[in-house]
Write a protein that binds this ligand. Structure first.
Ligand SMILES: Cc1cc2nc3c(=O)[nH]c(=O)nc-3n(C[C@H](O)[C@H](O)[C@H](O)COP(=O)(O)OP(=O)(O)OC[C@H]3O[C@@H](n4cnc5c(N)ncnc54)[C@H](O)[C@@H]3O)c2cc1C
Ligand SMILES: *[C@@H]1O[C@H](CO)[C@@H](O)[C@H](O)[C@H]1NC(C)=O
Ligand SMILES: *[C@@H]1O[C@H](CO)[C@@H](O)[C@H](O)[C@H]1NC(C)=O
Ligand SMILES: *[C@@H]1O[C@H](CO)[C@@H](O)[C@H](O)[C@H]1NC(C)=O
Ligand SMILES: *[C@@H]1O[C@H](CO)[C@@H](O)[C@H](O)[C@H]1NC(C)=O
Ligand SMILES: *[C@@H]1O[C@H](CO)[C@@H](O)[C@H](O)[C@H]1NC(C)=O
Ligand SMILES: *[C@@H]1O[C@H](CO)[C@@H](O)[C@H](O)[C@H]1NC(C)=O
Ligand SMILES: *[C@@H]1O[C@H](CO)[C@@H](O)[C@H](O)[C@H]1NC(C)=O
Length: 568
């Protein structure tokens, strides 16, 4: 293992509380306010002093809004990921809405509990801040949560009664033409801090004529949860998954040590960090990715309306028949089907397609067979279409992300064979999902091509990615007025209603992309991590023997209750 800085040595010598390891074994619960072992005010104060005053009291976002001049956030602020990134307690989606008794802090509420929002946050500025926080949490047996952007759909970047370690300030970006792993030159690469937003990454890479594998998002942190889950992109068919392109990590593990992690140094952790799930391994400081020459794409947006569920199903079947049409240019595509309202029979399919180094004429021609077949269907009509030749960085760049909604996801990786062998079944599945009340079915053509070709990479990326063609999400959402009983039904709807339908096209053992998935997956070990969970468990034991880093649906979480507060 290699050390990052001299600061680390100092911390090990002065702070390492090695005698606490035994106490952990006897304890079955984390220390929470009121427990005998919970740090007193003086201890928190001392921690704060050690980290330059960067310990903050965390409040739920609604409470934060209430404290603003005027006593509320505007709708524009509430739904802005950029605005929320300035609030330590703000998460973007699913939260602890079913705590008993309910203590969620809803927008404009007159009473506010803490819900599953952490109590304190270390707004880390330095690696030493992270190391101090990790050691303090470990020594005091605290529940820890980690956050980069707070984008997580599974609620994994927050935890009740926890100490949050927030890496949003780690915004560094450095580029090199020759990144070395040991004596091997890995070529052009970018080292990205774990707080750097995707939008900034694309802008800075463009100035340097480069692109990397990243999401279509503004504030998702490429070197945070995105990468640990695998990380898909519209350019994945060309370059592979984000995890396939990472060359090195710097991470603070449970011992407080800062490790350099790559194919030579701590290779077992390198395996786990690439697909083994977000938030389960330590606090990532930075990751180094391959970069590629930037290029232009034909960027096409097509919207089609379907007047009934049957028409939408027929449209999905035609889409499935033509999904391989883009293979010659390793095209990426998002194909989102949304009901125009929950009571309407009409849905709209929005297809956003990225075709590298392709003229608009060629791009239009590649999509024409699909479009013509779609428009020949009864009940299907064209809303709009557009084909532009644009720089890939510019088109992946998003100015903000629209968040602040109550939503849960369920998903499966759909094998290429399903599209090839049974496109009609794809249509049937869509129609049945809509009939079952599904309002949004989000398709991602982000696999095949180089994702499949990277099957020989030894990493924790679920092997299902290598044979998949798409990643398909069913969305379930609600408003603040929805009752807890109805929320419970919606939270379980993927397992009870939608998955049995989706399995007709995915097969029974398809995996799911852990970053955009159902946190209630009963067999998350295989669904998220494939056939080799035992290997991940062993790596977890090596680097995090006391389960300091536990997230729902993450490696080791089977030993803990849903809040990660007590062992089961
Ligand atoms: C608008 C939007 C667009 C998206 N687009 C894409 C896309 O195109 N492709 C794609 O693959 N996914 C996409 N996602 C999903 C995204 O990958 C996940 O939400 C992911 O969890 C975000 O990671 P984050 O670190 O930014 O978020 P956070 O919510 O901050 O963290 C997510 C997880 O990572 C852990 N984590 C955070 N920081 C660290 C750290 N420094 N060290 C260790 N663990 C950490 C957290 O504990 C948590 O478990 C999108 C999500 C949204 C909301
Ligand atoms: C930590 O110290 C800073 C600076 O002294 C102070 O502003 C802040 O309120 C303290 N945090 C807590 C949680 O007390
Ligand atoms: C909360 O208050 C703001 C500002 O008054 C208002 O714009 C918004 O619609 C309200 N939202 C809800 C859910 O009540
Ligand atoms: C990255 O940024 C953090 C926070 O600003 C800083 O403490 C750290 O030294 C930087 N690391 C590198 C490698 O530049
Ligand atoms: C696009 O074309 C440029 C110039 O020929 C080349 O450098 C680049 O690798 C190509 N990119 C892709 C993704 O095909
Ligand atoms: C690439 O796209 C940009 C717009 O983003 C455009 O200005 C430029 O002319 C395009 N370059 C080529 C070679 O087509
Ligand atoms: C995977 O196979 C390709 C060729 O098929 C080879 O170039 C590459 O080095 C292999 N990668 C690994 C990690 O074995
Ligand atoms: C599981 O891990 C073991 C040990 O590293 C390895 O030999 C085996 O090939 C892996 N199996 C699968 C299916 O990935």
């Amino acid at each position: 293992m290699q050390l990052y800085s001299a600061t680390f040595l100092f911390l090990v010598c002065t702070l390492s509380p090695s005698s606490f390891a035994h106490e952990h074994k006897r304890q079955t619960c984390r220390n929470v306010p009121g427990s005998a072992g919970y740090p007193n005010a003086a201890a928190w104060s001392a921690l704060n002093a050690t980290i330059g005053g960067r310990l903050v009291n965390v409040v739920p976002s609604a409470k934060y809004c209430a404290s603003l001049p005027g006593g509320a956030c505007t709708d524009a602020q509430w739904t802005s990921a950029l605005f929320r990134s300035t609030i330590p307690g703000a998460m973007n989606q699913a939260r602890g809405y079913d705590l008993t008794p309910p203590s969620l802090c809803l927008r404009n509420a007159t009473t506010c509990g803490q819900g599953d929002v952490p109590i304190y946050s270390v707004e880390a500025q330095t690696v030493a801040d992270i190391q101090v926080a990790v050691k303090f949490a470990s020594a005091n047996n605290l529940r820890v949560s980690l956050k980069a952007s707070g984008h997580d759909y599974l609620g994994r970047s927050t935890a009740p009664k926890s100490l949050l370690i927030h890496t949003g300030n780690f915004q560094n970006l450095s580029l090199t033409k020759a990144f070395m792993v040991g004596t091997q030159n890995m070529g052009s690469a970018a080292t990205v801090g774990s707080g750097l937003h995707t939008q900034v990454l694309y802008q800075k890479l463009k100035v340097n004529g480069k692109i990397a594998v990243g999401g279509t998002a503004a504030t998702v942190c490429a070197a945070g949860g995105y990468l640990q889950g695998a990380g898909h992109s519209a350019v994945s068919p060309i370059f592979g998954l984000a995890a396939d392109n990472v060359l090195e990590f710097h991470i603070v593990v449970a011992s407080g040590q800062l490790l350099q992690v790559n194919s030579i140094s701590n290779p077992d952790l390198f395996y786990a960090l690439r697909g083994g799930g977000a938030g389960s391994w330590g606090v990532i400081v930075s990751a180094t990715f391959r970069t590629f020459p930037t290029f232009n794409v034909t960027h096409s947006t097509i919207q089609l309306a379907a007047s009934s569920n049957a028409a939408a199903g027929a449209l999905a079947a035609v889409h499935a028949q033509h999904i391989f049409d883009l293979d010659s240019v390793k095209g990426g595509q998002y194909f989102y089907l949304d009901k125009i309202s929950s009571t309407s029979t009409t849905s709209v399919l929005t297809l956003t397609t990225y075709m590298a180094n392709t003229t608009t004429a060629h791009g239009t021609a590649l999509l024409a067979p699909f479009l013509n077949a779609a428009l020949a269907l009864p009940g299907v009509s064209l809303v709009e279409q557009e084909y532009l030749n644009v720089n890939i960085n510019d088109v992946l760049f998003q100015s903000d992300d629209s968040v602040g909604i109550n939503v849960v996801l369920g998903s499966r990786l759909i094998p290429a064979a399903s599209y090839r062998d049974a496109p009609a079944t794809v249509g049937t599945v869509y129609e049945q999902l809509l009939d079952a009340g599904t309002t949004d079915i989000l398709g991602h053509l982000v696999a095949g091509g180089q994702v499949a070709a990277n099957a020989n990479i030894s990493s924790a990326v679920h092997p299902a990615w290598r044979t998949a063609k798409t990643h398909l999400i069913a969305v379930n959402g609600w408003t603040d007025a929805t009752s807890l009983a109805d929320i419970k039904t919606l939270r379980t709807k993927f397992q009870t209603t939608q998955l049995p339908i989706m399995e007709k096209m995915s097969g029974p053992d398809a995996g799911a992309y852990s970053n955009e998935a159902d946190v209630l997956e009963p067999n998350f070990q295989t669904t998220f991590f494939g056939p080799n969970y035992t290997k991940l468990s062993a790596i977890k034991k090596t680097y995090d023997p006391a389960d300091l880093f536990i997230v729902p649906g993450g490696v080791g979480s089977e030993r803990w209750d849903q809040w990660g507060l007590c062992t089961v």
